[in-house]
Design a protein around this ligand. Structure first.
Ligand code: ADP
Ligand code: MG
Ligand code: MG
Length: 211
């Protein structure tokens, strides 16, 4: 994963989050406070604004992702800001450290670190109806393809498909973390907004790598 492809990923993610802002807000209106679409849009707008500046600084993909994490923590806000922020920082740190030579295995390690940081920070378990439900399936799918010699593109496509399945699965779950948990059983029947955002980010990765 080089910095040009990382920038393409981030720009694509920002486009998707902009395009789907109202849908994400509607999901958060149903089981939260209705700000998730705006939160994510604000965060990724700040990232795209900073990308040009970072390009001049000639950052590696790892350094870029750490800077993205810092930007997201300070701009998204809410419960999801620290979670998305720490996950991008964890990815960047992993890519900056020594790791497998193979590109797809290396990125699989970065995604595993992102998942672990969300788990550590948010303490959500699979089935709690959060973005973690997307991390689980998507990172496993990515790693499976990477471990069997698949390309970065193939691994990202498998992760995006698994992310969609993860979002759909949240619909039947009762929320046990975050604001939606206050609704108890009434949270059932709606997709989790943070899971939906994370799936868009995986789709952006697959799309940017295939381009
Ligand atoms: P807020 O709930 O503070 O308004 P957002 O609306 O931006 O924040 O984000 C809500 C999303 O954050 C949820 O849909 C869920 O995916 C995610 N989330 C909340 N709490 C947790 C947690 N403890 N672990 C993982 N994800 C969480
Ligand atoms: Mg909210
Ligand atoms: Mg809020």
């Amino acid at each position: 994963m080089d910095s040009a492809r990382t920038r393409a990923w981030l720009r694509t993610a920002a486009l998707y989050l902009d395009r789907d802002k109202d849908r994400l807000t509607r999901l958060d209106l149903a089981i939260g406070d209705g700000d998730h679409g705006v939160n994510m849009h604000r965060g990724f707008l700040a990232v795209t604004a900073a990308l040009d500046e970072w390009e001049q600084d000639d950052l590696t993909a790892g350094e870029l992702l750490i800077a993205v994490g810092d930007t997201l923590v300070s701009t998204i806000g809410g419960a999801s800001g620290p979670l998305f922020g720490s996950s991008f920082r964890a990815m960047g740190k992993t890519l900056s450290a020594p790791g497998p030579d193979d590109d797809s295995r290396r990125f699989a390690a970065a995604l595993s670190a992102a998942r672990a940081s969300v788990h550590r920070l948010g303490a959500a378990e699979p089935g709690d109806k959060t973005m973690y439900d997307v991390y689980e399936g998507a990172v496993d799918a990515f790693t499976r393809v990477a471990d069997t010699g698949g390309s970065l593109e193939a691994a990202a496509r498998a992760a995006a498909d698994a992310a969609d399945a993860g979002v759909r699965a949240t619909e039947l779950m009762q929320a046990r973390r975050g604001r939606a948990s206050y609704l108890g059983l009434r949270s059932v029947g709606h997709q989790d907004p943070g899971a939906a955002s994370l799936a868009l980010i995986f789709h952006a990765l697959a799309h940017a790598l295939e381009a």
